[in-house]
Design a protein around this ligand. Structure first.
Ligand code: SF4
Length: 498
């Protein structure tokens, strides 16, 4: 049995569809040999929430999928949702390389220097669990990891700020390409930020989508996915290309572990798309979840608050990090909020007032939209869609060419990254919503004046001193853009064609 946390254990890996069967697709998209599966027509699937999981076979019994008319195994959407086949076989091996045990083994490896980066959502979760302030939490974690032999502990907020700047520039460029009629901004045109999105104008979607959505919706979503790397991947670039050089090391001599709020980031780190160009060296070698870090602390025997603090590390010698979280609105990095404002300014010369945008709730709190009207006409239409039910609705719209949005912030988890599957467990008696509210209050501390990505002194210094060029320059794109590739169509796209 492979154990990743108290919450996730991979066991009895052939519990539903055996790994030898063709449902298993490995991380590189190659189909495993075995029984040919006949997939049901999934073109008119039920809503995800309406699906009842298939009953499980009792322990010790092999469960079988129902047979189709030609004897081939039939796989329905229900089967897919009930099955852990996506991570049962090939990907399990990769996940084992991303365990706490593997990380600890690297600490005693004389061939590598270990670096840890910590996401703001993980920090908020650990701060809540141990009753510490966010800055204090980072100082204590720095002390803990350095005590284990880590050379530098970094804040992933730096990667997030690079990602926001590059993603906004990418959106503006794509918008200009698809709207050649766009006039020079006029100061006379009044603007109106509206919580209603008019459907009177045909529009495309340039959405931020989680990397693994390519596994299921390749043909439809790939052209629309932002090419800007995720904050985790940007941190990988900063560690393996900037920090390693500063230390006089080759990228392969540095082992980079990212602390993240979910297990999906382990799979993202494993994608070859995120390797150094032309090399088999990963920019993020492993990912540990917030929960796995808490387990390491538990094994260490002392709560985080009792451990000694250490000064915060910085990627730029002249910049002293202050350890604040500076969370933009939303729990997933603030893409919609930041890009909406940047696009209003850069495309239409309009400054949108500070404060959270007036998003209108659609089907539920995880599907919301907002628009910018300029001169009485809709100019920008943005939405956020969190959770697979809402993502599914959106993909159907894209397929029907009925998607009216210019940009959609998509996150797999309902409520976003603060609610990631790798976060810490609730305190006894605490509801899921209470925990989420607690994390949100830490992440969006009203005492902390929000800081825009361009005002992050580390980011500004790195553009100047290391990138040597501006946001969206050729050099910046070489560093901070990636490419996504579709998985094996014969399996992945068919299973996910819903
Ligand atoms: S939304 Fe969930 S799955 Fe996606 S990156 Fe955030 S925590 Fe991970």
């Amino acid at each position: 049995m492979a154990q990743f946390s108290g919450a996730v254990k991979l066991a009895d890996l052939n519990d539903f569809i055996t790994p030898s069967q063709a449902c298993v697709v490995n991380i590189h998209g190659k189909k495993e040999g075995g029984v040919k599966l006949d997939f049901d027509d999934l073109s008119q699937p039920p809503e995800v929430g309406d699906v009842q999981p298939q009953p499980r076979a009792p322990p010790g019994f092999q469960q079988t999928a129902p047979s189709g008319p030609n004897g081939a195994i039939k796989v329905t959407l229900q089967d897919c949702l009930a099955c852990s086949g996506c991570v049962t076989s090939a990907e399990t091996v990769l996940l084992e390389h991303q365990s706490a045990a593997e990380f600890i083994s690297k600490l005693t490896d004389p061939e590598v220097t270990v670096v840890v980066s910590i996401s703001p959502q993980s920090r908020a979760a650990l701060a809540a669990f141990y009753g510490l302030l966010p800055a204090e939490t980072l100082q204590k974690l720095t002390g803990f990891f350095k005590g284990l032999g880590v050379r530098a502990v970094l804040d992933t907020s730096t990667g997030r700020d690079f990602a926001l700047l590059e993603a906004a520039a990418e959106f503006v460029e794509r918008y200009r390409e698809t709207h050649p009629e766009l006039a020079e901004p006029s100061e006379d045109d009044p603007i109106d930020v509206d919580d209603r999105v008019s459907s009177s104008r045909e529009a495309g979607t340039s959405g931020r989508q989680p990397p693994d959505s390519k596994k299921t919706h390749g043909d439809y979503v790939l052209p629309h996915i932002s090419a800007t790397k995720s904050p985790q991947a940007v941190m990988g670039t900063l560690v393996k290309r900037h920090l390693a050089t500063q230390w006089g090391l080759q990228p392969g001599q540095v082992y980079h572990c990212a602390i993240m709020p979910c297990y999906d980031k382990k799979l993202e780190a494993s994608r070859e798309d995120f390797n150094l160009p032309g090399a088999s060296v990963a920019e993020v070698d492993s990912v540990l979840t917030s929960g796995e870090v808490q387990q390491m602390l538990e094994a260490h025997g002392r709560p985080l608050g009792e451990l000694p603090s250490a000064p915060l590390d910085s990627l730029v010698g002249s910049v002293q990090e202050d350890g604040q979280l500076y969370g933009l609105p939303g729990g997933s990095g603030g893409y919609l909020e930041y890009i909406f404002r940047a696009a209003a300014a850069q495309l239409f010369g309009k400054q949108v007032e500070p404060g959270p945008l007036p998003l209108r709730m659609l089907r539920n709190a995880d599907f919301q939209e907002v628009s910018l009207n300029v001169g009485g006409r809709p100019a920008l239409r943005f939405a956020l869609a969190y959770g697979f039910r809402n993502i599914q609705t959106l993909v159907r719209k894209i397929k029907r060419r009925a998607c009216e949005y210019d940009y959609v912030e998509i996150m797999a988890c309902p409520s976003g990254c603060l609610n990631g599957g790798g976060q810490l467990k609730r305190h006894p008696g605490q509801s899921a919503q209470q925990l989420l509210d607690e994390l949100d209050a830490i992440y969006h501390d009203p005492q902390v004046v929000p800081r825009l990505p361009q005002d992050n002194p580390t980011v500004a210094a790195l553009y100047k001193q290391w990138v040597g060029a501006d946001v969206a320059s050729v050099r910046a794109r070489q560093l901070f853009y990636t490419e996504y590739h579709k998985r094996d169509k014969s399996i992945a796209a068919t299973v996910g064609d819903w």
